[in-house]
Ligand binder design. Structure first.
Ligand code: KG4
Ligand code: ZN
Length: 403
């Protein structure tokens, strides 16, 4: 099955094409194209993602991203097909329908009419699109685009929960994307996933493939959000996660008389929930005092390392406890924060020593950030087709809402 994936839930405009075959617990995947146009530099000057700006950028980027993906995927188009816009004349009624389908995407509409509408349908079997969770205006740009494509190309549309994408990415293995073909490792059930992204921190239990139970989640900030906020306090650029990880590397070269100790919130609570806002406040108070005697630049590696350790301690200990309780045969890590090397290392060590019979699936660090490959893969696994006219963006979509 050849699937075109579309992802616009936050600040990456992403389009991918995959060819997937085989069993759903062990798909074989060939990556034909994986285009990610990042808006991070644009949002950086605002210190975080601005939803309406993200939407406008998605509208501008979707058509160039699609053309690039089609070219890379080599789906029977020649370069001149992609350049020649007048080859196929669409009936007036079709143009009128497209105008109404894309009425809320004014910057996308002319690009779509000029460059996509004249193309014949590519050799794909389905279109997959992220419908939530995410920033509502950003999600709609991708959803409306996918509906317009499903309409003119007469292809089935598969709505995908963004977090399902983060879950299944790990099946491709941690060295994915070096190569273009993957035989995934078999996913043994029950599987427990720790999702750690900018918007979510959840422990998700999967007893049957595609059926999710959220056994724990954050009560306030997501882990990635905490990294971003502490990054800001430390005067680091957005996003804070990678910047904090880089700061921790400098720690070895500096000797401190000062010590920092931050709390590990909810480590001993009886549930599997998380909370990171207290930790963030602890960092704020520590900096307020310490900055009386030290410069922020001096303090950064110390604070970054202790903060990162605190987050990892909580995430890893709760994941291990949940894996034991639910007798997880697979443990999966997913989401943007899964790029963090220390988190990957600690989780691997603790799985090995505490739940050695569980298999740990770590995603490739090149695929932990938002991308459309993961959306196309999740669509193959769920196979959940829906009439394109019924597909909608749902900013607060949950994995356990039974879509
Ligand atoms: O999954 P993602 O790309 O977007 C959402 O769906 O939210 O996650 C982005 C989050 C950001 O908060 C970013 O700071 C964090 O992932 N992140 C990291 C690292 N790389 C990205 N956090 C810690 N360490 C990293 N290396
Ligand atoms: Zn994400």
């Amino acid at each position: 099955m050849i699937i075109l994936g579309i992802e616009t839930s936050c600040d990456e405009t992403a389009i991918a094409v995959i060819e997937a075959t085989g069993r759903k617990v062990r798909p074989r995947v060939r990556v034909l194209a994986n285009v990610v146009l990042s808006q991070i530099p644009l949002h950086r000057e605002f210190g975080g993602v601005v939803p309406n700006l993200a939407k406008r950028e998605h509208q501008k980027n979707l058509v160039p991203a699609l053309l690039r993906a089609l070219r890379e995927a080599d789906l029977g188009f020649k370069n001149e097909d992609l350049r020649n816009r007048t080859r196929q004349i669409n009936p007036k009624s079709k143009i009128l329908n497209l105008k109404s389908l894309l009425a809320r995407e004014p910057e996308l509409l002319p690009l779509f009419l000029g460059k996509i509408a004249p193309l014949r349908a590519p050799r794909i079997d389905a279109i997959a699109v992220t419908t939530g969770p995410g920033l509502e205006p950003a999600l709609w740009a991708g959803v409306n685009f996918s509906r317009a494509l499903a309409y003119i190309w007469k292809k089935p549309l598969i709505p995908v929960n963004h977090l399902e994408g983060h879950i299944y990415t790990a099946m491709l293995g941690s060295d994915a994307i070096q190569k273009k073909r993957f035989h995934s490792a078999e996913l043994k059930l029950p599987a427990l996933t720790l999702i750690v992204s900018g918007g979510h921190t959840e422990l998700v239990l999967m007893r049957k493939l595609g059926r999710y139970k959220i056994i724990g989640e954050t009560r306030d900030d997501a882990a990635g959000e905490a990294f971003d906020k502490v990054g800001k306090m430390l005067g680091l650029p957005y996003p804070g996660g990678p910047a904090i990880e880089r700061e921790t590397q400098k720690l070895k070269a500096i000797s401190y008389k000062l010590k920092a100790h931050f709390p590990r919130p909810m480590t001993n609570s009886n549930d599997f929930d998380f909370s990171f806002s207290g930790l963030k406040t602890a960092v704020l108070y520590f900096l307020r005092d310490a900055e009386k005697k030290h410069s922020l630049k001096e303090l950064r590696p110390l604070v970054a390392a202790e903060f990162q350790s605190a987050v990892i301690d909580v995430l890893v200990s709760k994941t291990i406890r949940a894996a034991k309780k639910y007798r997880a045969k697979s443990i999966i890590l997913g989401g943007g924060v899964a790029a963090n090397k220390e988190l990957r290392k600690r989780l691997a060590e603790d799985v090995r020593s505490n739940v050695p019979h569980s298999t740990l699936h770590l995603p490739s660090r090149k695929l932990t950030g938002d991308n459309a490959l993961m959306i196309a893969l999740a669509a193959y696994i769920s196979g959940r087709r829906k009439d394109w006219q019924m597909v909608r963006a749902e900013a607060n979509m949950r994995l356990d809402s039974g879509q």
